[in-house]
Each structure stands twice: as C-alpha cells, then as structure tokens.
Design a protein around this ligand. Structure first.
Ligand code: DX5
Ligand code: ZN
Length: 219
C-alpha cells in the first residue's frame, strides 16, 4: 500500500499572496502543490499560467503537480515544463494525439498524468496505464473549487485500482474535487493514494492548514 500523499489545490489559496500560502502548505507537511490551470475554454473558468508557476518555482522545493484543464494542450506543455512543473497532467479530450502529448511531457523529463472527468470512462486510457506516472480521477466536473463530491466515482477508482493491481503497475491514483473529512477515507479505501483538496485544507478548522492536512493523513 503506497503512503497517502496530500496535494493541496492552490485554487483555494490567497491569490493576492500565493507565496505566503505555499510556504504555509510546505510547513504543514503537504507532499506537493496542486496547481489548477484553467483556460476558460476547456473549463468555464480562467486561473493562472506559466508566468505564475515560474514566479512561484523558487519559493518552495515541493513538487508542482500541475493540472492542465486547457485545450488545445499539446503546444503549451513546453511552457509549463520550462516554468517549473514537476508533474504535468492533461485531459485526453484536450489533445488529438495522447501518445504524442505523453512523449512531449517525457521529453522534458517531467512526470506524466492523465485526468479523467466524471463521465470519461477508464477504457480510453487503458492502453496508456503503463506509460504514465499518475491517473487523476475527477470527483467533480472541473472548473471550480468548493463543489460537492460525486460519489459515483468511487466505483471508477476501485475499477482502476483493480486494473493497476492485475497488471502489476505502479502509477499513482490521485482524486480531485470535493474531498472532505467525511469522504476521504472512502476515497482511500477505494484505492486512491494521492488526495487533492482545496476547500477542506484552506477553510476547515478556521483555516488551520496543518491540522487539516494532518487529519487527511491520519489513516
Ligand atoms: C477543480 C479542480 C480541483 C479543485 C479541488 O476543477 O481541479 O482541484 O480545485 O478543490 P476542492 O477541494 O475545493 O473541491
Ligand atoms: Zn485539479
């Protein structure tokens, strides 16, 4: 069983002082920083791009777990790689050639993730499971923090874990969206080993980030 890792989403951080919140996350024991990149085209929201990632790169040694909710995505991979992303996760619907985009991420020596929206079936990535470091299961429709967890995805996580075990693969199963203190145990029991959380980590317990991360790591 892999150690449970926490990847806080800075979508819920103080955008007027990201350095402050990133340093708080590092001190609080976050394993990586989940950076939600949105383009207002693939998802109905716009957040940040490579210049912000570049500006934050030397503020922490934590890995940047960059979730690209943008399309087309292929031509921007190099910009995020050069800005300092460590993991680059893309949505299969955002590229005409998933293998080429995987190869592009690899060419920059970055870890590769593929993200599946709630209604995207595992089938479309079955042939790539041995080529990636991470499968990011969306438990909300991407675009905003603070949404309600879609519990139907628990079955999808279980199926993915079964496939991973059957094929003796080692990719991480990361779950993203609506994770809170009531559902995180079921997400882990289903087979996830990396939890993304924005609202719960930044808002629960009067914003006591360390307490919130410790609780998500408590099983
Ligand atoms: C949604 C993002 C998620 C989200 C998680 O599109 O991909 O990472 O910010 O935030 P919470 O934990 O608030 O649902
Ligand atoms: Zn995300």
């Amino acid at each position: 069983m892999k150690k449970i890792q926490i990847s806080p989403s800075i979508l819920s951080a103080d955008f007027s002082n990201l350095e402050k919140d990133i340093k708080k996350l590092e001190t609080a024991g976050a394993d990586m920083i989940h950076v939600d990149v949105m383009d207002g085209h693939f998802v109905p929201n716009i957040t940040i791009g490579p210049p912000v990632i570049k500006a934050l790169r030397n503020k922490t040694s934590l890995p940047f777990d960059v979730h690209l909710m943008i399309s087309p995505v292929h031509k921007y991979i190099k910009d995020f790689a050069n800005a300092g992303a460590d993991i680059i996760t893309i949505h299969p619907e955002a590229t005409p050639n998933l293998q080429e985009s995987i190869d592009e991420i690899r060419s920059f020596k970055k870890k590769v993730g593929i993200s599946l929206n709630p209604d995207t079936k595992i089938d479309i990535v079955e042939d790539y499971l041995d080529k990636v470091d991470l499968i990011l299961i969306m438990s909300v429709y991407p675009g905003f923090g603070g949404q309600k967890f879609i519990s139907d995805v628990l079955e999808k996580i279980k199926s993915l874990k079964d496939l991973k075990d059957k094929r003796k693969l080692n990719f991480d199963i990361e779950v993203d969206g609506g994770i809170n203190f009531s559902n995180f145990k079921s997400v882990i029991d289903a087979g996830a080993n990396v939890l993304v959380s924005g609202t719960t980590i930044f808002k629960e317990n009067n914003g006591d980030i360390k307490k919130n991360i410790d609780f998500l790591k408590s099983i």
